[in-house]
Design a protein around this ligand. Structure first.
Ligand code: GAP
Length: 535
């Protein structure tokens, strides 16, 4: 989430966040996932042959299939399944006034500070956040020590609320959070630096406290439009897709004859000059958003906000990653234009973090665009004989972040009965990059020809792979590693009786079936209908 709508992220007192311990333990897992993504053609670092570009990534052959399947699932769940939601694909470049009206020119900032010795640049709020995390770690250590001492009878809640040292740590955290809240509300950069000095925060690289002043840094990427410098204008790469929806409100409402409540959905690239872009594809400078703005009658927004919270959680739960992987994080201090906001957080390898935002954005955006453009952005209600600016409930999820959530939950290392290891991606079958692999048991005796025949027929309807190289066991492992839910194996018996074996990825169970049943069995198991029905 951007600083424009930032008040949420710094004030969490969740001890799970950013502790040194959790970072160390979990980065191994994220590293494994990153390595797996590269080895199996899901994601590569951008322009690697030139040593890469930080926080930019390219989706490889399996990655692009998985990403497209996620966005198809989102799009269908929004546009195809709801008669009152329509789609849009707005341009990335927009009139610069768009970003003035939306507040991004003036307030889409991160507070930055440089260390004069290491010349490294940091987000001031992240430095303070990390400092708070260290205090949480001290609390954790006290808890671990006491648990060892008291054994079974240990009452953690009582200990945390009564132990003098823990109380002192908790008070410290509260006081820092309060100071930070005021600093951000007042945009007081001098006090921000003073907070960092008062907390004796040193640069993790140089170890010194030789800090510059804190400055605001706008996160939008800008470029020039125009052929010669004299008539060039500064334009921005959009930092969110939502504004393309707001400026098209009247076009879409009138051309689609929509009346509130109705929604506009869009999937597209967004760009933010994140200073601290890290944790693989979790925070990137170029990323993709899937956003839906739902326009409602003023006064009805809270009911729709609750509706979309539940509906979005159902969408996530339909994927079967387990309800414990998700939680809501309600914003106690929603941004100035919102009257309610929450995140759906997901348990990534580095802890629970924001996956999706649901915001009740009031009439802030439409009113701001109406004022600056001078064009009416209203709905005329013929029954009431009056026009009004609708209120908006927004659902906004990062496609790349959803990709990481899916992949990190699906990635499993298993030890099999014969003590061998397999890596398997237990992806929901409907989203897997390939739905089936067709494998001749041996690359001879007419088996490849028979397998090719099946493969050629299947690929009209589904993404299928054909693989004849290496021993069959190794080919199964390869398909497990990319999450292919089914393997069809053609063996010598297939030539005699037109049967094949079908192997299921998760159970590894194999069954002999008539060739004529393949299509039906696959269709029953891999189509999106099941997922869409359970939302
Ligand atoms: N229109 C509202 C909006 O843009 P946001 O919380 O800033 O709200 C929405 O972004 C979602 O976009 C986030 O929940 C996250 O999934 C994704 N997102 C935001 N910044 C991102 C980044 N730098 N890299 C990857 N995904 C990002």
């Amino acid at each position: 989430m951007s600083s424009l709508i930032c008040n949420y992220f710094i004030f969490s007192s969740n001890p799970f966040l950013f502790t040194d311990m959790s970072i160390k333990e979990n980065e191994i897992t994220l590293k494994k996932i990153t390595a797996h993504c590269k080895e199996y053609g899901f994601i590569f670092g951008s322009s690697e042959i030139y040593d890469g570009l930080s926080a930019s990534y390219d989706y490889g052959p399996n990655g692009v299939l998985l990403k497209n399947n996620i966005s198809e699932f989102w799009w269908k769940s929004m546009v195809q399944m709801n008669e009152n939601i329509v789609g849009l694909d707005a341009s990335i470049f927009m009139h610069p006034k768009t970003w003035k009206a939306s507040g991004h020119v003036d307030a889409f900032n991160d507070p930055l500070i440089d260390n004069k010795d290491s010349k490294k640049r940091y987000r001031a709020d992240v430095l303070v956040e990390d400092h708070i995390a260290k205090i949480h770690l001290k609390i954790n250590k006290e808890v671990i020590k006491a648990r060892k001492q008291f054994g079974e009878s240990f009452d953690e809640t009582h200990f945390i609320s009564t132990h003098p040292r823990v109380i002192n740590y908790r008070n410290q955290i509260q006081s820092i959070e309060n100071r930070m809240k005021t600093i951000i509300a007042e945009n007081n950069l001098e006090s921000f630096k003073k907070l960092i000095i008062d907390l004796k925060i040193s640069d993790p690289v140089s170890g010194t406290k030789n800090w510059t002043d804190v400055r605001q840094f706008n996160l939008m990427f800008s470029t020039e439009i125009g052929s010669v410098s004299e008539d060039a204008h500064t334009i921005y790469l959009r930092p969110e897709t939502a504004q393309g929806i707001f400026v098209n409100f009247s076009n879409i409402q009138k051309s689609s004859r929509m009346k509130p409540p109705f929604g506009i959905a869009q999937i597209g690239k967004a760009f933010r000059n994140e200073i601290i872009a890290r944790q693989f594809i979790f925070r990137m400078r170029e990323f993709e958003q899937m956003e839906m703005q739902f326009f409602v009658k003023p006064g009805e927004e809270m009911q729709w906000y609750e509706h979309w919270k539940l509906k979005r959680m159902r969408w996530h739960n339909a994927l079967g990653l387990g309800p414990k992987k998700y939680r809501f994080h309600e914003h106690l201090n929603p941004a100035h234009y919102a009257n309610a906001a929450c995140d759906i957080e997901f348990e990534f390898p580095m802890g629970f973090k924001e996956l999706e935002g649901i915001h009740s954005r009031t009439d802030f955006d439409l009113t701001a665009h109406e004022k600056l453009s001078g064009k009416k952005l209203r709905y005329f209600d013929p029954q009431e004989n009056e026009s009004y600016i609708p209120y908006v409930v927004e659902t906004s999820i990062g496609l790349d972040r959803m990709f990481l959530a899916l992949l990190s939950a699906a990635y499993q290392e298993e030890v099999l009965e014969d003590n061998s290891k397999r890596i398997v991606l237990k992806l929901p079958a409907a989203l897997a990059p390939s739905k089936v692999a067709v494998l001749p048991l041996m690359n001879k005796d007419g088996l490849p020809e028979k397998a090719q025949e099946i493969f050629k027929e299947l690929k009209f309807d589904i993404t299928a792979q054909y693989d004849a190289k290496d021993a069959i066991g190794r080919r199964y492992r390869r398909q497990d590693a990319v999450g292919t839910p089914f393997c069809i194996t053609v063996d010598h018996q297939s030539l005699k009786d037109d049967t094949v074996t079908i192997r299921e990825r998760d159970s590894m169970k194999q069954k002999r079936i008539p060739k004529t049943d393949i299509q039906r069995i696959l269709e029953e198991n891999i189509n999106l209908k099941g997922l869409l029905k359970s939302i």
